[in-house]
Ligand binder design. Structure first.
Ligand SMILES: [Cu+2]
Length: 137
């Protein structure tokens, strides 16, 4: 008989957790579309990558292979170790679906380039490009 009250409160707790999780998932914006399935190819020059201004070229296609035009694409470079300020760069669309910009990779070592793209319909796409072993110029 003494176990019964404990059991009931256990069930109540489980029910409360379920309600809590449901409420949390209900907080997500429902109108947001899933990110589009884009193929982003990148090239960096010069190769091998060295410190200083590096040219970053991006070619963006959608899932059907069509060029993604009219996007606003920005670059952010971070090193893999903490404590360093990121570097930023803008890109220009130099031909349909091809975006070119540059980043000042100002230290040798491993970099991660974040590609922040806002598509012409306002959807946001993020990509990460690992650039390891940047050499001293
Ligand atoms: Cu660094």
């Amino acid at each position: 008989m003494e176990a019964a009250p404990g059991k009931i409160s256990g069930v109540k707790t489980a029910a409360l957790i379920c309600v809590g999780l449901f409420a949390l998932s209900g907080c997500r914006p429902r109108l947001e579309k899933p990110p589009p399935d884009l193929k982003i190819e990148s090239e960096i020059s010069p190769q091998p990558v060295q410190t200083g201004l590096s040219a970053v070229g991006l070619t963006i296609h959608d899932a059907s292979g069509a060029s993604v035009t009219g996007a606003r694409v920005q670059l952010e470079g971070n090193m893999s170790h903490p404590g360093m300020a990121p570097v930023f760069g803008d890109t220009k669309e130099v031909s349909a679906g091809r975006y070119a910009g540059s980043l000042d990779l100002n230290m040798q070592g491993d970099w991660v380039i974040l590609v922040h793209a806002v598509l012409s319909d306002g959807q946001k796409v993020e990509r990460q490009i690992d650039v390891k072993g940047v050499r001293a110029k």
